[in-house]
Design a binder for this molecule. Structure first.
Ligand code: SF4
Ligand code: SF4
Length: 618
């Protein structure tokens, strides 16, 4: 199970964790939204947890398993790191937190400082027995993992001595029985992985951080005020209680660290402790000292402690605690106990776990540097924003697929600057076009207002015409109609008009009978006007004049009710005039015919008379 996890629901993809991870175990690759942790490369230092401002990174919890152990029939011992005094400044006396831990259900509560004393003695012997080989101390599990994974050539230089946690587990088992379950409580998260490496009498069943211990106190509502004092179970530690502060381990071991004649140098804190491993690998023949290394600046600043504590305050709390403990220490008893456990086999082994990535093709790295816009000088430098020592390392990491170009501020900034310039240009163009559009819009609006005015006027004029007026399109949909037309159609049309003024869009076929709209259809298809066509619609008698406005597209019609008094009078006059005119015509024709007949009769009579007279004279 992974030691470190990123919660995608909380992660905002700021990639700060990837920038600070000292071994680049957090990948930021193209196409992924959140960073990814490579468990194999992770050394459990916890730097990413402290760097994440969004609490998106968590470590494997051991609280549930610890609760299970405490509920079981097994004897469970808590072995407590001496840095506990730095974590709980709020608890006035260390004997109170011993009793609080017992209140959780632990049968035994022991100090890891006795394990520190044993391990310190083992180191003292080891360094005294110098045979020309220099060693790295192996007390810090993050440092051990770093050597195994990234400097495997130095695995043989790790001192083969167990950590104080494992030494204490061995002591407790020997004292309380091999079946005793052991829960380590400390400031470190890498111990969770370390605990899984050992078995039998070296086994640690669970490793709780102080933060997890606080959670358990809260969950079980255990408070200092409710409890009496209680002492740690023996054996009691001596100077091992100074272990959490820088150099505390060497003091416990009584090892001289002086520059002139010291055999050992202590380096702690990130990045110095990791850089020291590199120096050891490259220059140990010149340095000629053992290296005592801790990833954190003293265990009091470990990632399992409450976030953001002050190192100096914690150091002083640890020293106060050590003084308090030493005041009442029975030194003879301590020597006795140390002698009793002198036969414990504190040796251990290490194994190479090479996690270094293969170096990519140099041409590819150069291509990436070019893309990033880096020249030869900047290749050797870095602003470190990407999390790599130089631009070259960064380009190598991109080629290896563990980082990507947008992790470079400089590159991103340049891209952003170009992007902003393009945006500015585009904005200007848009704004110019917008100006043109606004002017165009103004003209169109003025035209539209004019058209609306004209239409309003037309509608007014149309409504003043007593006859019905209607204009339809090629689909016989009403374009416009006037009040006269609506009145002719009756109540239903008036209701439609209330909702859609002028019946605009209504289908003429649904408004009038077939005989009526057929006239419009004819004019639409033929383009020929039909004037003064009478159409009988139910009880009404309508007179229709339909004319083409736009050939085959738009036709208009004037409709008159022949029974309305004005039309009737007008029609009567029109029709009487028409009849008189016709009669007159006929009369004229008859007259003409009659006139012609009379003159022909007269001529015939005259010739008969003349013929008769000639006969008489003859
Ligand atoms: S630091 Fe936290 S928020 Fe930022 S990328 Fe890493 S996990 Fe996500
Ligand atoms: S715990 Fe350390 S090594 Fe592991 S991912 Fe976080 S920063 Fe990297």
């Amino acid at each position: 199970m992974s030691l470190i996890k990123i919660n995608p629901d909380k992660c905002v993809s700021c990639f700060q964790c990837a920038r600070v991870c000292p071994v680049h175990a957090i990948r930021v690759t193209v196409g992924i939204e959140h960073p990814e942790i490579d468990d194999n490369r992770c050394i459990g230092c916890g730097t990413c947890i402290r760097a994440c401002s969004y609490d998106a990174i968590t470590y494997r919890s051991s609280t549930e398993y610890t609760k299970e152990l405490l509920k079981s029939e097994q004897k469970v011992a808590a072995i407590v790191d001496p840095s506990i005094s730095g974590e709980f400044p709020d608890i006035t006396d260390y004997r109170k937190f011993v009793e609080m831990i017992r209140a959780l259900g632990f049968e035994y509560v022991n100090e890891v400082s006795f394990g520190v004393d044993l391990v310190a003695r083992a180191y003292q012997k080891h360094f005294d027995d110098f045979k020309g080989k220099y060693y790295l101390t192996a007390n810090c599990p993050a440092i051990v993992a770093f050597v195994e994974k990234f400097h495997p050539a130095l695995v043989d230089n790790l001192a083969t001595i167990v950590s104080p946690m494992i030494a204490t587990a061995m002591v407790v088992r020997r004292v309380f029985g091999q079946d005793t379950k052991i829960v380590y409580i400390g400031p470190c998260i890498a111990t969770k992985n370390e605990a899984e490496l050992f078995k039998d009498d070296q086994k640690v069943d669970a490793a709780l951080t102080f933060n997890e211990l606080r959670q358990l106190f809260d969950e079980f509502e255990i408070h200092e005020s409710q409890l009496e004092f209680s002492e740690f179970d023996p054996p009691i530690g001596f100077k091992g209680s100074l272990y959490p502060v820088s150099n505390g381990f060497l003091q416990a071991a009584g090892i001289n660290e002086k520059l002139l004649d010291g055999k050992i140098v202590t380096v702690d804190g990130d990045p110095h402790s990791l850089d020291a491993v590199e120096s050891f690998e490259n220059y140990i023949d010149h340095i000629q000292k053992h290296f005592n290394l801790f990833y954190d600046k003293g265990c009091v600043m470990g990632p399992g402690m409450t976030h953001g504590g002050d190192k100096h305050l914690r150091d002083s709390l640890v020293v106060d605690y050590a003084n308090k403990r030493l005041k009442n220490l029975d030194l003879n008893k301590w020597h006795e106990e140390m002698a009793k456990f002198s036969d414990l086999n504190l040796t251990r082994t290490f194994k190479k776990d090479d996690q270094r990535l293969e170096l990519p093709d140099e041409n590819k790295v150069q291509e990436i540097l070019k893309l990033l816009g880096k020249d030869e000088i900047s290749e050797q430098k870095s602003c470190s924003a990407c999390g790599f020592k130089t631009c070259n390392h960064f380009a190598t990491a991109i080629a290896q697929g563990i980082s990507r170009t947008d992790m470079c501020y400089d590159f991103t900034l340049k891209n952003k600057t170009n992007y902003i310039a393009t945006l500015r240009d585009t904005n200007k163009k848009i704004s110019d076009e917008l100006g043109g559009l606004k002017a165009e819009l103004k003209t169109r609006k003025e035209e539209l207002d004019l058209v609306n005015d004209k239409m309003e006027t037309s509608r007014y004029i149309l409504n003043q015409i007593p006859s019905g007026v209607i204009v339809v399109d090629e689909k016989l949909k009403v374009i416009s109609s006037n009040r006269g037309f609506i009145e002719l159609l009756g109540e239903e049309a008036r209701m439609i008009d209330d909702i859609i003024p002028g019946l605009r869009g209504a289908d003429l076929k649904t408004l009038v009978p077939v005989a009526f709209y057929k006239v419009f259809q004819n004019v639409l298809s033929s383009g020929e006007n039909i004037l003064s066509r009478d159409v009988k619609v139910e009880e009404s008698f309508l007179n229709l004049s339909v004319f083409s406005i736009k050939k085959n597209k738009i036709v208009g019609g004037i409709v008159r009710d022949m029974f309305s008094p004005e039309v009737r009078n007008e029609q009567i006059i029109h029709r009487v005039t028409e009849v008189i005119d016709q009669n007159l015509g006929m009369v004229q024709k008859i007259g003409f015919l009659l006139g012609e007949g009379a003159s022909k009769t007269e001529a015939m009579l005259n010739s008969i008379i003349q013929l008769h007279q000639k006969k008489k004279e003859g």
